[in-house]
Design a protein around this ligand. Structure first.
Ligand code: SF4
Length: 279
């Protein structure tokens, strides 16, 4: 994809190109089909709002699942925007929250788990709940809003700490035993393109960073100013060697002895964190 070409397009052509590319990614990589029950992991931010809008527009049976982490001055506003969007677009929204699931919000969990960053804790617990509820709601596929920048920033983080095993988890379609299939239809769209589409469509979303993102590696790499074309090339190069990486780092899957979800360790990351809160 030539990012300077899409940047130069007028809004009308940009929207046409964006939607055509979205449809083509779904078909080319066989991410979802119309018989499947699709659940979008939605936050109320631009990525998941664009996903919900496009999946609904192109006739997929779409529901939204959101996890409220209770981040002050962030979560409530985003969830309120998501509720309005889903109600206006007749999309069923399932709301799950940390308070009910874990007895408290992310802020107090983070205060107790000092060795892990807020994003590590947030990511592990949200993933855990998304997997759990995608299965409970009998979804065939869980759609996430990861975009090209997310993927590139994740790869940069993995490579910077020499953790190729982590890089081997990337990809736009993930089928792991014991988990609902996951797909990332925005994989080849940059953050800027998604924001532009969202602004043209006048979606009521908050474009600010989460307050906990300060110091997080994702934000650090996002603010480095690396050229989009270089990010795209890096992701494409990793995708080419992905089958070899996956084969090399294939690890035995155990079952977490606390929650029974698949885990590469005896206890999954989410249960380890939750145990840490109690002690
Ligand atoms: Fe969670 Fe970190 Fe994202 Fe904030 S920036 S929502 S803490 S993962």
């Amino acid at each position: 994809m030539n990012y300077s070409a899409t940047k130069a397009m007028n809004n009308e052509n940009f929207v046409k190109e964006f939607e055509a590319r979205f449809k083509s990614a779904l078909a080319k990589f066989r991410l979802i089909n119309k018989k499947e029950k699709v659940i979008v992991a939605a936050s109320g931010g631009k990525d998941s709002t664009v996903l919900l809008y496009l999946l609904k527009k192109f006739g997929f049976s779409t529901k939204a699942l959101t996890i409220n982490t209770h981040i002050p001055k962030f979560s409530d506003k985003n969830i309120e925007n998501l509720r309005k969007f889903c109600s206006n677009n007749k999309i069923k929204l399932h709301e799950i929250c940390f308070q009910k699931e874990f007895g408290t919000g992310l802020s107090s969990i983070v205060k107790k788990i000092k060795k892990k960053t807020p994003c590590t804790v947030c990511g592990a617990l949200r993933r855990h709940l998304l997997n759990k509820y995608a299965e409970k709601l009998k979804a065939d596929v869980l759609i996430t809003g990861h975009n090209l920048d997310d993927e590139a920033n994740g790869l940069l983080t993995a490579l910077s700490i020499g953790n190729l095993k982590h890089a081997a988890r990337a990809g736009l379609l993930m089928k792991s035993p014991g988990f609902v299939k996951k797909a990332k239809p925005l994989y080849f769209f940059s953050e800027d393109e998604i924001e532009r589409y969202s602004r043209i469509k006048k979606f009521n979303v908050d474009y600010n960073w989460c307050p906990y993102s300060i110091g997080a590696s994702r934000r650090f790499y996002a603010e480095l100013g690396m050229e989009k074309a270089k990010k795209f090339n890096m992701v494409m190069n990793i995708l080419k060697i992905m089958p070899k990486l996956k084969k090399h780092f294939k690890s035995g899957i155990n079952t977490c002895r606390t929650c029974s979800f698949p885990s590469s360790n005896e206890k999954c990351q989410a249960c380890t964190i939750l145990e840490g809160i109690k002690t």
